[in-house]
Design a protein around this ligand. Sequence first.
Ligand code: DGL
Length: 263
Amino acid sequence: MVAPILVFDSGVGGLSVVQALRHRLPGVALAYACDNAMLPYGRREDAWLVQRIRSVCQAAVAASGCRALVVACNTASTLALDALRECLTIPVIGTVPAIKPAASVSRTRHIGLLATSATVSRPYTLRLIQDFAADCRVTRLAADALVGEAERLVVGEVPDRVAIGRALAPLWEASAVEVPPLDTVVLGCTHFPLLRRWLAEAAPREVAWVDSGEAIARRVAQVVTAPDRCQAAGPSYATALDERLGKGLAAFGFAPPRWLQPG
Ligand code: DGL
């Protein structure tokens, strides 16, 4: 059996990255791991989070026998990539907010960044803005409520349109009279692309929604040199077992999760 690429997130957000990987690399062998016992990551303390991400990823890498790890979580990647690369010997591919692609498409030079509380204020994120969008106005908005809505969607519930509208409202309010209208929104949390339809519905006008999925898939394609022809459901791992999560993962081509105990 070919060693899979392991996709890791706090919850179901990494499934948006799975979609991008399958689109670019059909048949690629994938495994999925989530730390749903500690979800959401977006409001947790940094030092605790680094330790936790390290121990969960080490356990998931060992359990899956993967050949590479995709950290499909902006909140984890903007904090813990160096720590993970120090303790793992396989390639580690991170997910960070798509500020650069957004700056390259924005015409009004006003971009929104929608992410977790942690990601919107991380030094890593501020550096990305400085390096790639210095000539843009960037309105950063913490939208942690959307994480829960995406989790609900994957387990078969209907996302709450009112909650989504409320979470996005400050973005539209940021386009005041003297400020150019925002025309591009970075989905800086992997949960958010799963809600794209609902986000578009909640927007008062058309904007470009930019996420990191395609860029990650391109990067992974450099690691996967020979094409896989994997037909079977990939293994999945979770730190809390939940039947509804199993059904959600099955819809994305994964076997029921096995319990993962962080080291
Ligand atoms: N999916 C994660 C991200 O990309 C965060 C969700 C959470 O707060 O746990 O940032």
